[in-house]
Design a protein around this ligand. Structure first.
Ligand code: COS
Length: 382
């Protein structure tokens, strides 16, 4: 049965997220973009309304949003500010492996405190030499008695400087290659957890991105997620779930750009009439509206599959790649519609364009999404 209507609750949630974006995020977006700082005041409010913990099950104090709810609010929040949205979304990214693979004790110990005061968490997979080839990571976990000792470095870690715990992927059995990977919960206060320098990024400047080093970090064996050797599957199943919301963020960024460009085109007069009346502008706007709608449908379909418990790896990858590609394309076009004003920092358009770029890169580059899609579409070759 196909339905394109949101429930009353989802409409209320969408409205709440839209209002939050308009009142709290948009007025502060330029300030945090310029200052390259964590938007603490906005995040305090996001915590109060539940956006920082929305995917945590109710049993552990969270909002227990399903996947469709999550993509609906992702579009709205990213339309407000993609950098602030990233800070919120990365919490969901780090909570997902705990929700999917954690024991009841692990969930009580690590998730419940996140719902009691404003807190953050990080997902530590990427390394300098292992980005797209995640299975080749070099961080090691050695079991000694009832503890694991973790050694290694991770890069481009969102929320790393803010997190109270890290989900760290490390190889506990290197001779098994990627089948030796395991996932561990590492508390921030564990000795040897070193937060490195904050990255100076092109966009998403309101989000915190650092290098992380784990130097002889001892954690109890009870912090292992699932069992040894399934770390790669944990990472992949997590990303299957969190890639569609990145597509939704692409839709949000593109929509924000298009709405601004439409207002501008209706008011900007050249050659004696609003530029919205020129066919070049009309056709550009129609094309962008079509692509944004198509991206939203892919995102909602992927989320629906997840909520139905159906396989969704290919569809999540499609939603992520298409949604973020649309964001890039649309923001470039909208900068062009605004002309010189589009290029100036006094207007919001150039930030939207810079923010769109990262959506094509993080949570797996769009080339990796195409690899995932093509493997499933083509199947085995010979
Ligand atoms: N769900 C469950 N299992 C999965 C899976 C998924 N989505 N994807 C892969 N696997 C399994 C495979 O079935 C395979 O298991 P078997 O060997 O038992 O058959 C195993 O994992 C290895 O998979 P594969 O052979 O596809 O691994 P590759 O190294 O060829 O490719 C890609 C894996 C490239 C898809 C993966 O490394 C990837 O997604 N890279 C990008 C990482 C990323 O997104 N980084 C962003 C960091 S987080 S911000």
């Amino acid at each position: 049965m196909i339905s394109f209507s949101l429930t009353e609750e989802q409409l209320a949630l969408q409205e709440m997220a839209r209002e939050f974006a308009e009142k709290e995020m948009i007025p502060n977006a330029a300030k945090y973009d310029k200052g390259d700082q964590f938007s603490e005041d906005v995040m305090k409010k996001a915590f109060e309304v539940g956006f920082l913990t929305c995917t945590i099950p109710e049993k552990y104090g969270g909002g227990e949003m399903n996947d469709l709810d999550t993509v609906v609010i992702s579009e709205e929040l990213a339309a407000g500010c993609a950098g602030m949205y990233t800070t919120m979304m990365v919490n969901a990214l780090a909570y997902t492996p705990v929700i999917l693979f954690g024991t009841d004790e692990q969930k009580k110990k690590f998730l419940t405190p996140q719902t009691e005061k404003m807190s953050f968490a990080s997902f530590c997979l990427t390394e300098r030499e292992a980005g797209s080839d995640a299975g080749a990571l070099k961080t090691r976990a050695k079991k000694i008695g009832k503890e694991y000792i973790i050694n290694g470095s991770k890069c481009f870690i969102s929320n790393g400087g803010l997190a109270s715990f890290y989900v760290v992927f490390a190889n506990s059995n290197p001779e098994k290659g990627m089948r030796g990977l395991s996932a561990f919960i590492v508390p921030r206060e564990a000795p040897g957890v070193i937060i490195g320098k904050e990255e100076d990024k092109m966009g998403h400047r309101a989000s915190n991105t650092v290098e992380m080093t784990f130097e002889d970090v001892k954690i109890p064996e009870t912090n292992l997620l699932g069992k040894e050797g399934i770390g790669f599957i944990i990472a992949m199943k997590t990303l299957d779930k969190t890639r569609a919301p990145v597509g939704a963020a692409g839709v949000g960024v593109a929509r924000a750009a298009l709405e601004y460009a439409i207002e501008y085109a209706k008011n900007r007069k050249q050659f004696g009439k609003p530029i919205a009346l020129f066919q070049n502008t009309l056709f550009k706007i129609a094309q962008m509206a079509m692509e944004i709608n198509a991206a939203r449908h892919l995102v909602w379909h992927a989320a629906w599959l997840m909520d139905e418990g159906k396989p969704c790896g290919k569809e999540s990858a499609m939603a992520k790649a298409f949604g973020s590609d649309v964001a890039m394309k649309v923001t470039i076009e909208c900068v062009q519609i605004l002309g010189g004003y589009g290029y100036m920092k006094d207007y919001p358009m150039e930030k939207l364009m810079r923010d769109a770029k990262l959506l094509q890169i993080y949570e797996g580059t769009n080339e990796i999404q195409r690899l995932v899609i093509s493997r499933e579409v083509i199947g085995p070759i010979v």
